[in-house]
Design a protein around this ligand. Structure first.
Ligand code: T46
Length: 136
């Protein structure tokens, strides 16, 4: 079965002055949010990510510009484009993800349900595939 994509869109308030994306934690993000970080300035041709999280759930939202995500559960892969303000995708635990095709103006906001913890990262694809296979 193809990996289901869990889209999550934030409301975008726009007017002649520009765009405003409000985020009320506890209302607009579908899990209790412990951390928010922003990714910007990623050069064309650069790929980021290359890991899965053991337990962390995240919501990645395009604020401006565009990029693409590869999501991989070890059995199937799907590519998604975050290409409009407010467009977001959930990244569940044990989903290998890579981000690429960043536009020069891309700003991603990422909401996470836990603190930064390097021990939560699985950065070796063979280890990820083994763990994902064992969980099926
Ligand atoms: C993810 C994808 C979508 C911190 O100090 N605190 C933080 O909260 C984060 C997220 C990162 N860092 C440090 C660790 C590295 O020295 O920032 C540096 C860059 O992080 P990393 O190489 O992990 O960046 P990406 O873009 O490959 O991955 C990031 C997140 O780390 C990761 O959790 O799911 O974005």
């Amino acid at each position: 079965m193809t990996l289901p994509v869990e889209w999550h869109r934030l409301v975008v308030r726009g007017d002649a002055r520009g765009t405003l994306i409000p985020v009320e934690l506890g209302r607009d993000v579908p899990f209790p949010t412990a951390r928010v970080y922003f990714i910007s300035g990623t050069m064309a041709g650069v790929r980021r990510g290359f890991h899965a999280h053991r337990a962390l759930t995240q919501l990645a939202v395009c604020i401006t510009g565009s990029c693409r995500f590869l999501l991989d559960d070890g059995a199937s892969k799907v590519e998604v484009a975050l290409d409009a303000p407010g467009c977001g995708v959930l990244v569940r635990p044990m989903i290998w993800h890579e981000m690429y095709d960043f536009s020069s103006d891309c700003v991603l906001a990422v909401f996470a349900d836990g603190p930064y913890d390097e021990s939560d990262y699985v950065r070796d694809y063979a280890e990820f595939a083994s763990l994902a296979g064992a969980a099926r």
